[in-house]
Write a protein that binds this ligand. Structure first.
Ligand code: FES
Ligand SMILES: [Fe+2]
Length: 385
């Protein structure tokens, strides 16, 4: 159980908040690159509680600026892209991707405007996404996780419907091993069922262990009979699973983006396919209890079941009323690491998992030789990644 103050620290993402300052030390995927085109060159994005616009100018430069024009606050979403940047539709103030005002056409002397600088964040393209860094300079590197760097197959992005909840429940879910045998006990179309649906397949698990490593938390499940499976949670937002990496980007305290990058070995191609999943709930903008969730949609299981659990915990889960047990030790460890890493940021240090070397390929410690048994007794289709 946490205090209200502790819960705020874990969940707030805005500028100046302790959690927001931690999250601003990492690069975040913010948009699938193919969504920004010369035909649609400006998009509004809300990231870490900040209203921004991303644009592609006529020199093919990509910029990420505060949505609010520094002149009198009109939205730059309706601006015009030019060769040198983005020009506000209202009075034409032209800004480059560093946020510098280059021109203020209505001014006799535009020296006033030239001393103004709007908020601008660096953007890089990687793995089919634009990524943004919204923290203090110098920016670190976007981590080259091993699965991103594979050349012997194909990557694909699966874009999930927006989550109408705070990001931290998704992180807690990533260090919550035991829900696999309970929540996900009935794969769609399965020809088997657990003998007792309350216990699911949990009695096949001998131990669930969690330990901190140099990128986050390793989860290790040991089954009766000695089979072991492991997969790593990459602090603070990602989850590495067999054949994929799950990525989350907080929109604001109550909404989160969720993307999965999959990799399949064979038939190499540098092209990255994109699949957009239909909403798992109806109406798509409603929240519990007005929304009706689909636990078993055509695409997106088992995450669709996780989404029900995340969103029904509330837009921001109230951790002052919970009753944690021994099986929540991964959640307890994650929260402890969050508080420790927030303190490191406050001391001016790099938090866990920040990478400074752009050429370093990060070993996610995913041991493909370990067999994932899912649900227990039924070996999952495996791919060696
Ligand atoms: S409000 Fe943007 S140029 Fe005036
Ligand atoms: Fe799950």
């Amino acid at each position: 159980m946490l205090t209200e103050e502790q819960n705020r620290i874990l969940t707030q993402v805005g500028p100046g908040t302790p959690g927001g300052q931690l999250l601003r030390r990492y690069w975040h995927p913010i948009l699938i690159t193919r969504e920004l085109t010369p035909e649609n060159p400006v998009k509004h994005l809300r990231i870490l509680g900040e209203d921004l616009v991303i644009y592609l100018d006529k020199s093919n430069q990509v910029g990420l600026l505060a949505d609010r024009c520094p002149h009198r606050g009109a939205s730059l979403l309706y601006g015009r892209v030019e060769k040198r940047g983005l020009s506000c539709a209202y009075h034409g103030w032209l800004m480059d991707c560093a946020g510098k005002v280059l021109e203020a056409p209505a001014e006799q002397k535009d020296s006033i405007a030239r001393n103004v600088k709007t908020t601008a964040y660096p953007v890089q393209e990687f793995m089919g996404f634009y990524w943004a860094y919204m923290g203090p300079a110098p920016a670190p590197a976007i981590p080259r996780y091993d699965i991103f760097m594979r050349k012997d197959g194909r990557h694909k992005i699966v874009a999930y419907p927006r989550l109408d909840c705070n990001w931290f429940v998704t992180a807690e879910n990533g260090v919550d091993s035991t829900h696999l045998q309970l929540l996900h006990q009935e794969p769609p179309g399965a020809k088997f069922k657990p003998a007792d649906s309350t216990r699911g397949y949990i009695d096949d698990i001998e131990a669930s262990d969690y330990y901190k490593n140099d990128i986050g938390i390793m989860k290790r499940r040991t089954y009766h009979g000695g089979t072991v499976d492991e997969h790593p949670f990459i602090f603070p937002l990602m989850l590495r699973t067999r054949g994929s990496i799950w990525m989350r980007t907080p929109i604001d305290d109550e909404h989160t983006n969720h993307w999965v990058v999959e990799f399949r070995q064979g038939d190499p191609s540098p092209e990255i396919a994109v699949e957009y999943l239909a909403p798992f709930k109806h109406p798509p903008d409603a929240v519990h209890p007005q929304a009706v969730f689909e636990k078993f949609p055509k695409h997106g299981w088992p995450l669709s079941e996780d989404v029900v659990m995340w969103e029904t915990q509330g837009r921001i889960a109230d951790r002052t009323k919970e009753n944690l047990g021994g099986a929540d030790k991964g959640v307890v460890l994650l929260r402890r690491i969050m508080f420790e890493e927030i303190e490191r940021v406050q001391r001016g240090e790099d938090p866990l998992g920040v990478i400074r070397d752009p050429d370093q390929v990060i070993d996610t410690n995913f041991d493909a030789s370990l067999t994932m048994v899912y649900p227990t007794g039924h070996v999952a289709q495996t791919v060696p990644v």
